[in-house]
Design a binder for this molecule. Sequence first.
Ligand SMILES: Cc1c2[nH]c(c1CCC(=O)O)Cc1[nH]c(c(CCC(=O)O)c1C)Cc1[nH]c(c(CCC(=O)O)c1C)Cc1[nH]c(c(CCC(=O)O)c1C)C2
Length: 362
Amino acid sequence: MAAFPPLKNDLIIRASRGEKVERVPVWIMRQAGRYLPEFHEVRKHHSFFEICRTPELACELTLQPIDRYGSLLDASIIFSDILVIPQAMGLEVQMVPGRGPVFPAPLVTPADFERMHKHVDVDKELDYVYKAITLTRHKLEGRVPLYGFTGAPWTLMAYMIEGGGSKTLSKAKAWLWQHPAETHDLLQRITDVAVTFLVGQVRAGAQMLQVFDSWAGELGPYDFKKYSLPYIKQISTRVKKELKEAGLDVVPMTIFAKGAWYALEDLTNIEYDVVSLDWTIDPEYARKVTKDQVVLQGNMDPNTLYAPFDTIRETATRMVKAFGKDSKHIGNLGHGILPTVDPEALRVYLETIQTVSAEIRK
Ligand SMILES: Cc1c2[nH]c(c1CCC(=O)O)Cc1[nH]c(c(CCC(=O)O)c1C)Cc1[nH]c(c(CCC(=O)O)c1C)Cc1[nH]c(c(CCC(=O)O)c1C)C2
């Protein structure tokens, strides 16, 4: 395979390493997806997981926001889903229109471990993601870096037991009390897969990595320390070690533990370069707690994109200023962009972050 084209915009990589940069780099969680008409055009003809498993289609969707917004985006993220890991472990996941992901046969009791592969050949099962990453690195032509990602063990465990989205996570949480040993067994199995998967994504061409613990905030502080923190820490330390040993680039890693405001201090000490904040955390408070030891990412409420454009400008300006003139900040939303947002509202948000941050850093 030919060498990748040279990177023309490395702003977000420099920022993730904590270097002083000329302006705040920005990208958006779920930037490829349902708010874009060009996404729906492709979705009409292909199912969701068919797109994930077809490198040309996953690549095309990854590039859609980069083509649309041009220099207003400083990174791309490979089109895929966190649920490719449960699939690789042997569970079936369907994407049901209007409902989201559904497991026809979720884990009900630990006896259901029988239905999962005893040994997961991660590189074989998820080779389609690696192929999509490699192709996308070429097609990006060095415009921006490419993120690879994984779901965090707790969030993936929750999906595997709930069988899909849930308001209370009561089935998954019942496991914590009813099956504590098997809970740790499951979390460890997912962690092992995630580590190999992230290293494989870097080998394939990913230049940055993000771990999504979207349901972290459903755990209280004590349980987060017990059921999430040790595993997301294992992921960062093992991935960095394995990358180094394999002679690969030790790429910047981001942790997004949505809702886990109480764990902010712990999250700065587990070898992630960037901590992604949801909108419930005040940027000034986050800077105080993290003492500039990590780069902070985020964090406007995604619903603010429904506001009049002037309000979006005002809110984004206030956010950039709250993270501070000298702060280590990567612009993003506090969670994924919502499917019914006007793509032009996102343009206003991206433009504001880039121009206001360049202005105050002059
Ligand atoms: C990073 C990513 C994800 N999904 C998708 C991407 C693509 C890359 C990008 O960000 O652009 C495409 C991605 N994933 C999905 C879609 C829509 C599929 C469709 O109907 O076409 C897209 C574009 C489907 C999906 N997949 C998932 C949901 C949520 C269900 C729920 O809990 O109620 C949904 C709706 C699970 C999922 N998937 C993901 C997360 C973590 C981020 C977050 O918290 O939002 C989670 C929790 C991650």
